[in-house]
Write a protein that binds this ligand. Structure first.
Ligand code: SF4
Length: 463
């Protein structure tokens, strides 16, 4: 939408957030939580901790959580309340000034802020603030929310200013704020990104995914509702509404691809959801074959579901080398092609002379799928039938997922038959949107990247 995009053939999540209130050595717990959220962003991470002296200490940097926070660094961040962030950049490039949490000084004091999602009316609001003399330290949309909070902050406390800020913004945000030793956690009115709260020893924790609550040793209490602001302080949890918007539009791709299988999103376990998509994929597309193979890791649960429903044996035909550098940071197409080969290996003795069903979660540009089909054929596969555990991905995302622009999405300009020919499969089938909803056990999701029906106005972002 704005800023520089990275050329890619995979979808990438923008960020993950967490917060802890009232827990001794909060930074050590937060480290565990950030590591559990690492899949949501590997470019940078940070922690803001409120110390016993009520001072905010912030440590952040580019790289993985364990690189930015060597163990000895955590003892330099004393305190029982903190917020943290992992980042994958979508709307801005990766300078240090864009690494969160941000720290903002307002007339009510200094506060820290971290955010997951993408604000669709950011340009309009930012332009108006700049006209009134506001200076932005970063090129990230996320700083905008922090500025709005800072503008409204006064002696009445922070609740009113956070609600006023949330009401000006449209789009996706799951946000944590640390101000005056109190933790605030807020979700946008549509509920695009997940955010849950749990009990942690004598205090509380919030996190983008329940897998992070588990990693920190917290007991899940509930999801923060779309349009809700939760305040966590000495009086426990207090709840406020910043919006009464009736719609619920959790991002379907959180279920399909981004979230960890051990996370529960709004009461639905991600692994169980993916298995159901596999079963429904078989009901919609029963393809005869010798074995079912899932593209690791995010498609393994769907492959399991297809295998169970069809009775066709599930096999480990592809192995993923998790230690190879991510392909999307390599600039040239030739290197990206090589990257797929380094990252994914077929097991020849499994696939040789077999007709196989290859299950993947989605096709973005098609080049990775083509590489994988070629790898399997080179390893002796007789037939490769590609089945996708989601509908055809044909529209860009404006809510915090790096999809590239329409012209990078093969589904935007090619029919299923053309995509099948491009990737070199014997057949290609997608899950229907109706089956996707059925698998999620709910009646509404954001499915805009499949349908083009966006839950919000786009404020010219689609131009
Ligand atoms: S457009 Fe797609 S990727 Fe973006 S929030 Fe909606 S479902 Fe998720």
């Amino acid at each position: 939408m704005k800023g520089q995009r990275i050329s890619l053939d995979e979808l990438h999540e923008e960020c993950g957030v967490l917060g802890i209130y009232g827990v001794e050595d909060a930074s050590h717990r937060a480290f565990l939580g950030l590591e559990a959220l690492q899949h949501r962003g590997q470019q940078a991470c940070g922690l803001a901790v409120c110390g016993p002296d009520r001072r905010l200490r912030i440590r952040k940097g580019a790289g993985l959580v364990r690189d930015v926070f060597p163990e000895e660094s955590l003892s330099t961040l004393p305190g029982d309340t903190c917020i943290g962030h992992v980042r994958y950049p979508t709307t801005a490039v990766g300078g240090r000034e864009n690494i969160q949490p941000f720290s903002i000084t307002s007339k009510a004091g200094t506060f820290a802020y971290a955010h997951n999602g993408n604000i669709v009316n950011a340009d309009e609001i930012k332009a108006s603030l700049e006209e009134h003399g506001h200076l932005f330290q970063s090129t990230s949309d996320s700083e905008l929310f922090a500025h709005l909070i800072g503008m409204g902050a006064n002696a009445d406390g922070w609740v009113r200013s956070i609600i006023a800020a949330a009401n000006q913004l449209d789009g996706a945000f799951s946000t944590v704020v640390l101000a005056g030793g109190i933790l605030y956690a807020c979700r946008d009115k549509y509920g695009f990104r997940p955010l849950s709260v749990g009990r942690l020893e004598g205090g509380y924790a919030v996190a983008s995914e329940t897998c992070a609550l588990n990693a920190m040793g917290a007991e899940f209490l509930r999801d923060i509702e779309p349009g809700e602001l939760v305040v966590i302080g000495p009086d426990g949890i207090q709840s406020y509404r910043h919006s009464q918007h009736p719609g619920r539009y959790m991002c379907a791709m959180e279920f399909i691809y981004f979230a960890r299988p051990d996370s529960d999103i709004e009461g639905c376990n991600v692994h169980a959801f993916r298995k159901r998509t596999g079963r429904l994929l078989f009901e919609e597309h029963p393809v005869p074959a010798d074995i079912v193979v899932g593209v690791p890791d995010s498609s393994l649960s769907a492959a399991m579901g297809y295998s169970e429903a069809s009775g066709i044996p599930l096999e480990r035909g592809l192995l993923k080398n998790i230690y190879v550098a991510r392909t999307f940071i390599q600039p040239a197409q030739s290197l990206r092609d090589l990257g797929v080969r380094m990252k994914m290996s077929p097991i020849r003795s499994v696939v040789e002379s077999k007709s196989l069903i290859l299950i993947d979660d989605s096709i973005v540009r098609g080049t990775t799928s083509r590489q994988i089909v070629r790898l399997l054929r080179d390893a002796g596969a007789r037939e490769v039938h590609m089945l996708i555990a989601s509908p055809k991905y044909a529209w860009p995302c404006f809510y915090g997922i790096d999809t590239g622009t329409s012209d990078q999405l093969i589904g935007a300009s090619h029919t299923e038959q053309e995509i099948c020919e491009f990737i070199g499969a014997d057949s290609l089938h997608y899950l229907s949107e109706q089956a996707l909803l059925q698998a999620s056990c709910r009646t509404t999701l954001c499915t805009a990247c499949f349908s083009g029906h966006y839950p919000t106005a786009l404020y010219g972002a689609d131009e």
